[in-house]
Design a protein around this ligand. Structure first.
Ligand code: ADP
Length: 318
């Protein structure tokens, strides 16, 4: 990931976010530990990681709320702390904690925020899009958790920013609000807005994002488009049916080291390992040599969740 080229992902403009060697400590605790990250302009990037991985700290550093202890952070080519006055109008931020004054009315807040920007979105349309029609005169503190989330999202995007940071935008939302949020994020992307979001929902990352970044213990442990990550990182499985009692020892000798083969029920076989075209060819050619017709041959792709758990482990984080 670390590279001298400013546009690591190749093609297109300079990265919207460029982080090199970011270190952030809280006392003795190293929350971010040499993190490198590049976000391509105009894309949706999902940042995944167990609790405490350093996602929020990283995003808050990009937003200018925290100063790096080491490393460099550039957002839209600017230093988020030194150039805050120039950067703030160009980015939208949805904090996990809301970050909204609790005594203000929802509608007023949105209109006020819209007025601070030169070319805001239509406030009424946004209110309708996010199902906030009934909340206009309600103060922030009296909104339900889901309404607060949606208002925070609306506040982040109403100024038509070039780049938005969304920290767990759909945490605690019901399915309807979740889908409305997804739709809004897709439209932002279609308008050329760069979106960086953190999430614990693998389906959200898979369906929304161009790039997924997996962070653990303050570092990036994997990055790529969801499809490539799922194909590359984890072991996959190949299944077929054939005559019961095949000599799996002989099959295993033909397969790469580390492969596994099992007869799950009579005549039903599962091969686990790095399932690539070569392995598929080896299995079918072994079957041909042994007069076996491999019926129902299928390759199971691992899910993003499999890859995530493989990289970050299964134990609970505290
Ligand atoms: P994530 O968003 O991935 O859950 P965070 O960036 O919130 O991770 O936290 C990373 C680590 O830093 C955690 O161990 C957390 O307890 C610690 N941390 C976060 N904020 C503070 C803070 N203000 N003071 C002390 N420790 C903090």
């Amino acid at each position: 990931m670390h590279s001298d080229s400013p546009d690591v992902a190749g093609g297109g403009p300079d990265p919207a976010v460029s982080i090199r060697g970011l270190v952030k400590r809280y006392g003795n605790k190293t929350a971010v530990d040499g993190l490198d990250l590049h976000v391509r302009a105009g894309t949706v990037t999902a940042v995944l990681g167990p609790n405490g991985a350093g996602k929020t700290t990283t995003m808050e550093t990009c937003e200018g709320y925290r100063r790096p202890d080491e490393g460099t952070v550039r957002v839209l080519g600017l230093d988020p702390v030194a150039d805050a006055a120039r950067l703030r109008p160009r980015i939208g931020v949805m904090l996990q904690s809301g970050g909204v004054y609790s005594g203000a009315r929802a509608g007023e807040m949105l209109r006020h925020m819209a007025k601070l920007h030169a070319n805001p979105l239509d406030v009424d349309a946004l209110i309708e899009r996010l199902g906030l029609e009934s909340c206009g005169r309600t103060t922030y503190r009296r909104l339900s958790g889901g309404q607060q989330q949606r208002l925070a999202l609306a506040l982040a995007v109403v100024g038509r920013p070039e780049l938005v940071f969304l920290d767990e935008p759909t945490a605690g939302l019901d399915p309807q609000a979740r889908h409305a949020t997804w739709q809004l994020i897709r439209e932002l992307r279609a308008d050329g807005v760069t979106v960086v979001l953190s999430t614990h929902f693998m389906d959200e990352a898979e369906s929304l994002s161009d790039d997924v970044v997996i962070v653990d213990a303050g570092r990036v442990v994997a990055q790529g488009d969801p499809e490539t990550l799922c194909r590359g990182g984890a072991e996959n499985t190949l299944r077929f049916t054939g005559r019961p009692g095949l000599d799996l020892g002989s099959l295993l000798k033909a397969l790469p080291d580390g492969s596994q083969a099992a007869e799950l029920t009579p005549g039903s076989y599962r091969i686990a390992g790095t399932v690539d075209p070569q392995l598929l060819a080896t299995v079918t050619s072994w079957c041909a040599q042994h007069g076996v017709m491999p019926d129902g041959i299928s390759v199971e792709r691992h899910s993003l969740e499999d890859v995530f758990l493989e990289l970050t482990g299964k134990e609970l984080r505290r």
